[in-house]
Design a protein around this ligand. Structure first.
Ligand code: FES
Length: 124
C-alpha cells in the first residue's frame, strides 16, 4: 500500500506498490520533471500518449503534483527503446515503459529516490 508523501502515514489504495518497497525518508531533494515522448513516431506507436495520460492520472489521484511536473515531449533520439520517459534534473531515461511501470516510477522517485534499473536506457 502506498502512503501519500504529502500526508505521511495516510494510506492510499489508489497505487498498488510492490511489497518489496520500503519507506524512505520523506524528504525530497527537489521536484522532478517527467518528460514523456508523445510526439516521436516510435513512442506514439508504442503508447507514449497513453503513458502520459496514465502518469497524469496517477499524479493527480495521489496528490503528487508538488513532486512531479509532467510534460509531453518530442523525440529524444532513443526511439529503439520506445516509449521513453525522461526524468530531470536527474538526467535519467526510462525505456520500454509500460502503463504498469508508471506507479513504480512515481513511487521509486518519491519514496526511495532511486532509479528503476531494469528500465534505464543508456545513451551511446
Ligand atoms: S520517438 Fe520517442 S524517443 Fe524517438
Amino acid at each position: 500500500m502506498f502512503a501519500n508523501p504529502l500526508k505521511p502515514w495516510q494510506p492510499s489504495s489508489r497505487i498498488n506498490a510492490p511489497s518489496s518497497l520500503k519507506l524512505a525518508s520523506p524528504k525530497l531533494s527537489c521536484p522532478s520533471k517527467l518528460l514523456v515522448c508523445t510526439k516521436g513516431k516510435s513512442c506514439r506507436k508504442r503508447n507514449g500518449p497513453k503513458l502520459f495520460e496514465r502518469l497524469k492520472i496517477l499524479i493527480a489521484e495521489n496528490d503528487l503534483g508538488a513532486h512531479f511536473e509532467l510534460k509531453k515531449s518530442d523525440c529524444f533520439g532513443l526511439c529503439k527503446h520506445a516509449p521513453i520517459v525522461k526524468v530531470k534534473p536527474d538526467g535519467l531515461s526510462y525505456g520500454g515503459v509500460s502503463k504498469s511501470d508508471c506507479s513504480d516510477i512515481l513511487l521509486r522517485h518519491v519514496k526511495q529516490k532511486k532509479p528503476i534499473k531494469r528500465l534505464l536506457v543508456k545513451k551511446k
